[in-house]
Design a protein around this ligand. Structure first.
Ligand code: GTP
Ligand code: MG
Length: 242
């Protein structure tokens, strides 16, 4: 019994650690995309990024509810939201842009994509969901780890967090008139998204430029001149361009 408990505990610690590393990997990817985008287009497509690892309690609850065999390999295979990342974007176009940029990376295996923006849930829920697998490089080699990524706009996120609270308050049995109001609110959120996107396009044009804080050090003129002098004295200017 003691040996069993020790074995499970050690295995489980490692299991959870892999999910934390996978979240770190994906967060780095998102940060790189965000900064590169800001650098290239002087525009930040992401408002907010959050992440969470499911608690052991909540994993166990889902294992029981989904009747998954209680072994680590089966849990790894069937519970696909142990690691979760949520990206909140400024506009709908940005959500698709982020999804494409992320899922087209060579080291990411896309297991499933659900487009609840094009096909909202009956209650009005809108988001892009992607179940992806990323390699985590440990001392023993690479381990593929599944991460759930949710991408939505600020308005969609506002709606989803409110709906989530209401859903739990009524234990899943939301009264009809509240469900109707929620569906109306989802439509209002969509209208807000479209209007803000139009406004933004009107002010900035199709390739917007609203965030000009440079995050990468830039070469100033004095430094450029010194580089030019150096290049001339070392003959670098007669060689090929950098
Ligand atoms: P889960 O068993 O809840 O993980 O759902 P699923 O396997 O059917 O997958 P789905 O992609 O539909 O939902 C995954 C996650 O998206 C959920 O855990 C929620 O975080 C979020 N989500 C899905 N539907 C809703 C919804 O109607 N309202 C809100 N607020 N969130 C939702
Ligand atoms: Mg879930």
């Amino acid at each position: 019994m003691l040996d069993y408990a020790r074995g499970i505990r050690e295995g489980f610690g490692r299991f959870m650690m892999e999910y934390q590393f996978a979240v770190d990997e994906v967060l780095t990817k998102v940060t790189i995309l965000r900064e590169e985008f800001r650098h290239l287009h002087r525009y930040n497509p992401i408002e907010h990024v959050s992440s969470r690892i499911k608690t052991p309690d909540s994993i166990l609850e889902k294992v029981v509810r989904r009747q998954v065999s209680p072994t680590l390999p089966k849990i790894r295979e069937h519970i696909t939201d142990i690691a979760g990342i949520r990206i909140t974007c400024s506009f709908i176009a940005d959500t698709y842009r982020m999804l494409d940029a992320l899922t087209s990376q060579h080291d990411i295996r896309v297991i499933e994509v659900k487009d609840y923006i094009a096909n909202p849930k009956p209650n009005g829920y809108k988001s892009l969901h992607a179940i992806i697998e990323v390699p985590v490089f440990l001392s023993t080699g690479a381990v593929p780890v599944i991460v759930e990524v949710q991408i939505r706009t600020v308005a969609q996120d506002f709606w989803a967090s409110l709906e989530h609270k209401i859903f739990y308050k009524y234990d899943g049995e939301v009264p009809a008139h509240i469900a109707t109001d929620l569906a109306d609110a989802a439509t209002a959120a969509e209208q807000l998204d479209r209007r803000m996107e139009q406004l933004h396009a009107e002010v900035h044009g199709p390739t917007p430029a609203d965030d000009t804080r440079p995050t990468i050090p830039q070469l100033d003129n004095a430094l450029l001149l010194r580089l030019w002098d150096l290049a001339q004295t070392t003959g670098a200017t007669s060689q090929s361009r950098p």
